[in-house]
Design a protein around this ligand. Structure first.
Ligand SMILES: Nc1ncnc2c1ncn2[C@@H]1O[C@H](COP(=O)(O)OP(=O)(O)OP(=O)(O)O)[C@@H](O)[C@H]1O
Ligand SMILES: [Mg+2]
Length: 153
């Protein structure tokens, strides 16, 4: 069943903390898609996710790399930013990471949609006034029921 929740993130810290919370519920092979305008906070969310996974390496925007791997125990994090693939050849071997052994967070997923499973955790971030953002979080993955319960709390 489709689950959906809308949250208001008052500042950058709230977005980081959302990532930290989500990290408690992720598992191998989960795909998280991150949509929203430039500067909406997609990479900021991944920073929080990495912190929650206990990754010590600093998360930077992979825009110029497309893919960044954070090898980590118990779970690897693969961070894809498909922004530069809009008009490019998309057949560059991302499947291995999207359908991989870690959690995969993807910015600008629409550009590589044919590689992304429909079972995913979707997070859409929208700019509100000041530093506020609206996060619309949805998923059709039953395993994530506990995450949505936690997000309601
Ligand atoms: N509530 C907020 N949540 C997230 N970032 C915020 C918030 N308020 C302010 N910011 C700032 O907005 C910027 C968000 O940048 P970030 O790189 O996370 O965006 P992005 O969605 O990944 O952009 P891009 O599409 O260019 O990759 C950062 O400079 C951050 O400090
Ligand atoms: Mg980004």
């Amino acid at each position: 069943m489709e689950k959906k929740i809308t949250l208001i993130l008052q500042n950058e810290e709230d977005t980081i903390n959302l990532g930290r919370l989500v990290a408690k519920y992720v598992y191998p092979n989960l795909v998280i898609t991150l949509t929203g305008d430039l500067g909406a906070g997609k990479t900021t969310f991944v920073k929080g996710l990495a912190l929650g996974l206990n990754i010590k390496e600093k998360v930077l925007s992979p825009t110029f790399n497309i893919l960044k791997c954070y090898f980590n125990k118990p779970l690897n994090l693969y961070h894809i930013d498909a922004y530069r693939l809009e008009d490019a050849n998309k057949d560059i071997g991302l499947e291995e990471f999207i359908d991989g052994d870690g959690v995969c967070a993807i910015e600008w997923p629409m550009y590589i949609d044919e590689y992304i499973p429909t079972n995913r955790l979707e997070i859409n971030l929208t700019h509100l006034n000041n530093n506020k953002r609206e996060a619309l979080i949805s998923s059709n993955i039953d395993k994530l029921n506990d995450l949505f319960e936690a997000l309601k709390g």
